[in-house]
Design a protein around this ligand. Structure first.
Ligand SMILES: NC(=O)c1ccc[n+]([C@@H]2O[C@H](COP(=O)([O-])OP(=O)(O)OC[C@H]3O[C@@H](n4cnc5c(N)ncnc54)[C@H](O)[C@@H]3O)[C@@H](O)[C@H]2O)c1
Length: 264
């Protein structure tokens, strides 16, 4: 590893498993100090000890991102523990599968609370010190669901807000030295899919034809993009939506052969 992120402190929400876990491990391996924010205590400790055992500089913060006061307290604690925050990655979310007509107001509000409001609160909390230092990076993990309909109705609406939040931060605080970008993943094989995999063990195989690159994604695909956006190699990139979707949004892959008649 090049240790290219040495001296930087990176906060990652929802870093107890899947994409958040992978980003934390890879970013720590590049020499950054990593603050893990996660609600699941066991998973939080597993990631902390994995990174520490590899020699990484890491601290774990158990938090419910549904609580404004916990976000305020935790971000202040991270700033105190590490001295500064260089980068925030808003990764945590919840993604109920019910359709709109079966979505209760309670479920809708909860989805927006964790998926959209928590990123807003985390950003509001880290920005003042970043603006003071005239330097800061924010990465919001978005989704292809914010660009086209693929189900998960309340989650998709919340994520569309996350994409807009990126633009707001990038434009309003760009002159203060802040860069803010959205990573836009397609299907990533993670624990979040377990319920659907239990119902259909073939689900990732069946999704393959929609992906021009020929497979669904892995947490590594997203961690690679996050490393780029944190690094000095992306200093003029802000307000962007970095599609990491195996080509999904470039076109409706199974459709064009029918249109051309070349499927006959
Ligand atoms: N997996 C995919 O196919 C996919 C596709 C597009 C976008 N994404 C995005 O990637 C990101 C990570 O997805 P994933 O598949 O790794 O999800 P995941 O469910 O495996 O991980 C989410 C993490 O967030 C934590 N979390 C949830 N609620 C929390 C709370 N209240 N407080 C603190 N932590 C909380 C969970 O405990 C979990 O560790 C999300 O932003 C998701 O929207 C994922």
């Amino acid at each position: 590893m090049s240790k290219s992120l040495k001296g930087k402190t990176v906060v990652i929400t929802g870093s107890g498993r899947s994409i958040g876990r992978e980003m934390a491990i890879r970013i720590a391996a590049e020499g950054a100090s990593v603050a893990l924010l996660e609600i699941n205590k066991e998973n939080l400790e597993e990631v902390r000890s994995t990174i520490a055992a590899a020699g990484g500089d890491v601290r774990a913060y158990e938090i419910d991102l549904g609580s404004e006061s916990q976000i305020i307290e935790t971000i202040s604690k991270v700033e105190k523990d590490f001295g500064k925050i260089d980068c925030l990655i808003n990764n945590a979310m919840i993604c109920p599968s019910e359709d709109l007509l079966n979505t209760t107001l309670e479920s809708w509000n909860k989805t927006l609370q964790i998926t959209l409001t928590a990123p807003f609160l985390c950003i509001r909390q880290v920005l003042p010190a970043m603006i003071k230092r005239k330097n800061g990076g924010i990465i919001n993990i978005g989704t292809v669901n914010a660009k086209a309909h693929f189900g998960s109705d309340s989650y998709s609406s919340a994520k569309a807000g996350v994409h807009a939040l990126t633009r707001t931060v990038a434009v309003r605080y760009g002159p203060d030295g802040i860069r803010c970008n959205t990573i836009v993943p397609g299907t990533i094989n993670t624990d979040a899919w377990q319920e659907r995999v239990d119902q259909n063990p073939n689900i990732f195989e069946e999704l393959k034809p929609w992906y021009p690159v020929g497979r669904v994604g892995t947490p590594k695909d997203i961690a690679d993009a996050a490393l780029f956006l944190i690094s000095d190699d992306s200093q003029w990139i802000s307000g962007s939506e970095l599609l990491v979707d195996g080509g999904l949004l470039a076109g409706y892959a199974p459709m064009f052969a029918t249109v051309e008649g070349s499927d006959k």
